[in-house]
Design a protein around this ligand. Structure first.
Ligand code: BES
Ligand code: MN
Ligand code: ZN
Length: 489
């Protein structure tokens, strides 16, 4: 993670400087000072480039004088519109502008409050993320250089205080991205478990259910998905106990299919590599628990993830097989590629029965159909509880993990009736993300529950300022903020 420091406003005498400034009102003091020190080079460059300090815009000025190698002007837009999101985008713009050219830079924060300053840092840290541990050669100008930013502004103490919890959230997002970006030969159920076990350093209790334990619990659906892989599946339980003793926990459940070949109902070759990201729900749960523990959230939270590889072999599950779930309901597996719902069926049931949570939210890269419905802009939100759904939708807008609520009418369930078992695992092409959600609902009793279908949002083929291309970390900020806004204290 990028190094960050906060200190009093001052003009550096050398190196690289980024200056944040709004598009209206008095020019920021440090901008005026730097402009004077460079004999007006900055304002001349801004004028020549028609740069108006609009939000997200930036303007690079090379060797303007006063010993500076490079100054980047970053727009904040109108002063009264500067909120946490604008601050984060500005941070992301700094990372984009300097990432490949400077190792360190000073960032002048204008008159931003300490709280907003911390969000600039968050945007910069998220935007400066790169997954390049497997690259050994680079073309000129391609490698990431930026290592640290020193933020100078009006309220360094306030910024530091606000950054402490936000940095824990940033770490959770980056952990989630690292897990999702990891190729599937490197991250299988066993190695994924090992990565989760590291959360013990943060005070998280980690417990593992191996194949025998899951067999005893009757996890026939999850075990059926994993039976074709040479690495046995496991369910991993994380507990962060930061709340009152005995208080019911909030529960987060994740689909952790470390690779989804489709099984015997094999997927087409084109794009199959993206199925290394089919554990994006589990990664978001791990990132969320890391964030909550890292900032010592005053809440009891459990995370439960089903880790399994959906592979082909002589032992692989066949289309037409019938499995018995932990709930007792039987499922006819008509398509081995509709495996996520089979994994979640057992894990949801288990989490509900064992922990009696205040609510459950599951995250899963569950259906291609949700990508058809909502594209890559929003995740599908399915819920049996209007309050929880509303909280998630509103919180998501605030942190940029955007959701869209989908219908859950009883009639969709009719599409899942099997001729020989209680349910079949596919409902046909029509309404594919909804029938998947209705399937999950069969394994949830009275508890408030929401399902987030993140198939379109866990991985970005195109980057933005705060979300470079690749794994997005979708869900971590959302669930952390959900807890902070509604379930803490
Ligand atoms: N993991 C996939 C869904 C997916 C698609 C995730 C695209 C990320 C990007 C899931 O297991 C799957 O294969 N779903 C099938 C269900 C169908 C067989 C009913 C699908 O969406 O085609
Ligand atoms: Mn599948
Ligand atoms: Zn899948």
């Amino acid at each position: 993670m990028l190094d960050t420091g906060f200190s009093e406003s001052r003009l550096p005498h050398e190196g690289v400087l980024a200056i944040l400034a709004p598009s209206d009102g008095a020019p920021s003091a440090l901008y005026a000072q730097a402009d004077a020190a460079t004999d007006g080079a900055l304002s001349r460059a801004a004028k020549a480039a028609d740069f108006s300090f609009a939000a997200k815009a930036s303007c690079v000025v090379l060797a303007p004088g006063a010993g500076l190698d490079r100054v980047v002007l970053i727009g904040l837009g109108p002063r009264d519109g500067i909120d946490a999101r604008v601050a984060e985008q500005a941070g992301g713009a700094i990372a984009s502008a300097l990432g490949k050219v400077a190792a360190r830079a000073t960032v002048a924060l204008d008159t931003l409050s300490g709280g907003l300053a911390a969000h600039v840092a968050l945007g910069a840290v998220l935007g400066a993320y790169r997954f390049d541990s497997y690259r050994t050669t680079w073309r000129e100008g391609e490698a990431w250089k930026l290592e640290g930013l020193e933020f100078v502004g009006a309220d360094p103490a306030g910024a530091k205080a606000a950054w402490t919890p936000l940095s824990a959230v940033a770490r959770g997002v980056l952990l989630c991205r690292d897990l999702v970006n990891e190729p599937a030969n490197m991250l299988r159920p066993d190695t994924f478990e090992a990565r989760i076990t590291k959360l013990r350093d943060l005070g998280v209790e980690v417990e593992v259910l191996d194949r025998d334990a899951m067999h005893k619990l009757g996890f026939g659906a999850l075990l059926g998905v994993g039976q074709g892989s040479s690495v046995p599946p496991r369910t991993v339980i994380m507990r962060w106990n930061g709340g009152a003793e005995g208080e019911a926990p909030v529960a987060f459940i994740g689909k952790g299919v470390t690779f989804d070949s489709g099984g015997i109902s094999i997927k087409p070759a084109g794009g199959m590599e993206e199925m290394k990201t089919d554990m994006g729900g589990a990664a978001a749960v791990v990132g969320t628990i890391a964030a909550l523990a890292g900032r010592k959230a005053r809440v009891n939270a459990v995370g439960v993830v089903g880790l399994v590889e959906n592979m082909l072999s002589g032992d692989a599950q066949r289309p037409g097989d019938v499995v018995r779930t932990a709930s007792g309901q039987t499922v006819e597996v008509l398509n081995t590629d509709a495996e996520g719902r089979l994994v979640l069926a057992d894990v949801l049931w288990y989490a509900q029965e064992r922990f009696r949570p205040r609510f459950m939210v599951d995250l899963a890269t569950l259906t291609g159909a949700i990508v058809v419905s909502l594209g890559n802009e929003r995740a599908g939100l399915f819920s049996n509880d209007d309050t929880l759904a509303q909280q998630l939708a509103t919180t998501g807008e605030g942190v940029g993990d955007r959701l869209w609520r989908m219908p859950m009418c009883a009639s969709y369930l009719e599409l899942l009736r099997s001729d020989i078992a209680d349910l079949k695992n596919i409902g046909g092409r029509a309404g594919g993300s909804i029938t998947a959600a209705k399937f999950l609902e069969c394994f949830v009793n009275k508890v408030p529950w929401a399902h987030l279908d993140i198939a379109g949002t866990a991985f970005a083929h195109k980057g933005t300022a705060c979300v470079p291309k690749g794994a997005t970390g979708f869900g971590v900020r959302l669930l952390d903020a959900l807890v902070r806004e509604h379930y803490e204290g």
